[in-house]
Design a protein around this ligand. Structure first.
Ligand SMILES: NC(=O)c1ccc[n+]([C@@H]2O[C@H](COP(=O)([O-])OP(=O)(O)OC[C@H]3O[C@@H](n4cnc5c(N)ncnc54)[C@H](OP(=O)(O)O)[C@@H]3O)[C@@H](O)[C@H]2O)c1
Length: 340
């Protein structure tokens, strides 16, 4: 009979105070007693912390696991064992990028049990740092950018432009000669984004932000906006969009309800307001498109067209140090938990 003991990070309780939630994390021993027929056992190399993990720790995400729970939704590792099904067994030995919202398992652990829909085999030339963050943000940007292409947009607006999804959106926009307007909350982030090649970046905390935003949207002919912040800023962006403009909300970093949407532009300019969810995109996309996107994203990473910055790598017992570092400098890059 199969049996494995491994270490995992465990969250004993959700806490709305992120510092308290972090301080509750501990490294514990877990056991796997069974590998179902279609399952893959992945020995994890690394897993990042994303904003969704932070939202999860505070009990503010759409995934609530029974407690105690193993956090972590994505990461990378190698398939080291599988159940009895031949398709699963054919993957033994493959390096994979993985994603799981399982109640029992999480990626912040030495091992995870997955099924084939939760992994993407990766090119061996991708580094551990690139592979650990391959599943979520690159495909999100791919799915979002499809919306701009469907609209034949000449310029896109991205709120929270300092993040990794935004990096990939910038890379796609450059590839297709589409102009980029970013919004950030700190002026030092704006400076670094201009260096990276954004056409224009506005700081949401600066005076006359609304007027500057309206001017740039008009000048650059922005007709689609991607917002990861929410709160009143979404309403402000909505009010600046042109006729038939599209506003896609893909994150809620402010933790606040969307507000301030004036009904006049919504009605008379026929503004489209929609959400984007990567899980649903994967279901809509199907295997062929996912494989094509995977190839394209791999090429972009290997050619250096896009970077996956990691600012700190920590062992499981150093998780609090890693999380504090990430929360203090999100625009600079990810924190990776290392298991190998
Ligand atoms: N819908 C989906 O399926 C999907 C999939 C993937 C990601 N997402 C979402 O996409 C967003 C970005 O993720 P990511 O991994 O790219 O982020 P990231 O690389 O970790 O960076 C986060 C960025 O957001 C900024 N930020 C954080 N809190 C903010 C706030 N309250 N107001 C304004 N800006 C804030 C940070 O700026 P500072 O440096 O100033 O802190 C940083 O530039 C997240 O909301 C995530 O949940 C959604």
């Amino acid at each position: 009979m199969f049996s494995l003991t491994y270490n995992a990070i465990e969250l004993p309780a959700y806490n709305a105070n992120i510092l308290r939630a972090m301080l509750g994390l501990r490294v514990v021993e877990k056991h796997i007693e069974d590998l179902p027929a279609d399952s893959l056992l992945v020995r994890m190399d690394a897993a990042p912390c994303n904003p969704s993990d932070i939202a999860f720790l505070i009990g503010g995400y759409n995934v609530i696991k029974p407690l105690p729970a193993i956090p972590g939704f994505e990461g990378t590792g190698t398939v080291v064992a599988a159940g009895t099904e031949s398709q699963a067994r054919s993957l033994i030995g493959r390096r994979v990028s993985c994603f799981s919202q399982s109640a029992t398992y999480g990626t912040w652990a030495e091992y995870i049990v997955l099924n084939i829909n939760q992994i993407i085999p990766i090119d061996d030339r991708l580094s551990t740092e690139q592979a650990a963050v391959f599943f979520v943000n690159p495909f999100t940007a791919f799915g979002l950018f499809e919306l701009a292409q469907a609209k034949n947009s000449k310029a896109i607006l991205v709120n929270a432009a300092g993040g990794r999804v935004a990096d990939f959106l910038l890379a796609f926009a450059k590839k297709h000669e589409i102009k980029t307007l970013g919004i950030v909350r700190k002026s030092k982030t704006a400076d670094s984004l201009i260096q990276k090649g954004w056409d224009s970046v506005l700081v949401s905390t600066e005076e006359n932000f609304k007027e500057s935003l309206q001017k740039k949207i008009d000048e650059m002919h922005v007709d689609i906006a991607f917002d990861a912040v929410g709160g009143e800023l979404t309403g402000l962006i909505a009010g600046c969009m042109p006729d038939d403009g599209e506003l896609v909300v893909y994150g809620g970093l402010s933790g606040k309800e969307i507000g301030g949407i004036d009904s006049i532009p919504l009605i008379f300019r026929e503004l489209h307001l929609k959400g984007f969810n990567l899980n649903r995109w994967f279901l809509r996309a199907g295997r062929q498109k996912i494989a094509e996107a995977s190839l394209l994203l791999t090429e972009m990473l290997l050619s250096g067209e896009i970077d996956s910055p990691v600012t700190i790598q920590v062992k499981p017992e150093e998780i609090v140090k890693g999380l504090k570092h990430y929360l203090g400098s999100m625009s600079e890059g990810k924190m990776l938990l290392r298991f190998t």
